[in-house]
Design a binder for this molecule. Structure first.
Ligand code: ZN
Ligand code: ZN
Length: 356
């Protein structure tokens, strides 16, 4: 597994005429080395790979990190890199420009003043966007847990129950069904609060006649799920019922047209055009979705401005929404795998409007 990932990194290095890359993003270090601790960096050169961490992680690194030269340092990891002479003078060495801090860059530059540090963008992230079967299985496991949580948690959504109680229940159920953690703080947004796409669960009590948007996910074996359903407590208003139908149709259209080779922005526009045609265009205020994997937000980006192209074995979310200030909101989100010329929906929670 590590082997294929390193091969891909080296292929990218040679395309960019780089001798090596210093990987400082912890999720990227984890993706390449398997290390799950909280302090490490790694260096991939044309012919070798080094892993650096500190004494707290000696045992863990020896267990988790295979195929790398593991260096445990008592000081700064960059100083350890310097001592081991992993980078040479006059070489072009990639750094992760989105992740290396200014002070980190200064420290690196000082230690390797004769090395040319070259900013790279999403080098590891682009590799990670294409999943292998093991990763897809891990995501499916996380998705199955969240589907089970949805089936259970809707039973407690009633008039008078607070959003925060529902959020706590989601967290509890994720753990009890085997997840390692929530993927993010669960979103529970009822009534007019549903118009805030990323509302935190508040202490507001849910009331009859309100729609409730539940957006949550979990992590299993290092991989994530991300699921949104909007349900109605009691009979919804005619307006919100219509909004629900429009979001659902837009989502269905996007799912039906998603395939490898398609521009991500074209997929966004499939859903957006439908919502615009039904008169809600200005209320679809975010992008259609995002890649999903060892991080909750990965490449490709499914937005109007995205330059990404969907690839076979991308795992992405498809999550259109309509948010009407002072009225409410609806979002429906599925996790899908792009493969075999179409897209396979992993999330199985029902999408007919559920009235509890
Ligand atoms: Zn979500
Ligand atoms: Zn999402």
């Amino acid at each position: 597994m590590t082997e294929r990932r390193l091969q891909e990194v080296r292929r990218r290095l040679s395309e960019l005429r780089l001798h090596a890359i210093v990987v400082t993003s912890l999720p990227n270090v984890r993706y390449l080395t398997g290390f799950t601790g909280s302090h490490a960096t790694c260096v991939i050169t044309g012919s070798n790979q080094f892993f650096f961490s500190d004494g707290r992680y000696r045992e863990q690194a020896l267990q988790e990190v295979q195929g790398f030269r593991v260096v445990i340092s008592s000081g700064s990891l960059f100083e350890a890199m310097h001592k081991k002479r992993v980078l040479n003078r006059n070489e072009r060495v990639g750094i992760e420009s989105q992740h290396l801090s200014v002070s980190g860059f200064d420290a690196l530059h000082k230690l390797f003043s004769k090395t040319k540090l070259v900013p790279t963008l999403s080098l590891v992230e682009e590799i990670a966007a294409v999943k292998d079967n093991h990763e897809i299985e891990a995501i499916k496991t996380a998705v199955a847990v969240s589907d089970k949580v949805f089936a259970r948690v809707v039973k407690i959504v009633r008039d008078g129950v607070r959003e925060s109680d529902v959020a706590s229940e989601i967290t509890y159920l994720h753990r009890s069904f085997g997840a390692d953690a929530d993927a993010f703080e669960p979103i529970v947004a009822s009534g007019v609060r549903g118009a805030l796409p990323h509302a935190r669960a508040s202490h507001k009590a849910i009331r009859s006649g309100e729609m409730v948007t539940l957006d949550f996910g979990c992590r299993v074996l290092g991989y994530h799920s991300d699921l949104t359903r909007t349900i109605s407590v009691g009979k919804p208003s005619a307006e919100m019922k219509k909004v629900y139908d429009v979001v659902r149709e837009a989502q269905q259209k996007a799912i039906a047209s998603a395939r490898g080779g398609m521009r991500a922005k074209s997929l966004d526009s499939v859903a957006r055009k439908h919502i615009v045609a039904r008169g809600y265009g200005k209320h679809f205020t975010h992008s259609l979705g995002h890649g999903l994997g060892h991080e909750i937000h990965e490449l490709p980006r499914l937005s109007r401005l995205s330059k990404d192209v969907l690839k076979e074995y991308n795992v992405v979310t498809i999550e259109p929404g309509i948010y009407i200030p002072g009225v409410g909101g609806v979002r429906i989100e599925d996790d899908v795998v792009i493969r075999n010329g179409s897209c396979e929906v992993l999330t199985k929670s029902p999408k007919d409007l559920l009235i509890v």
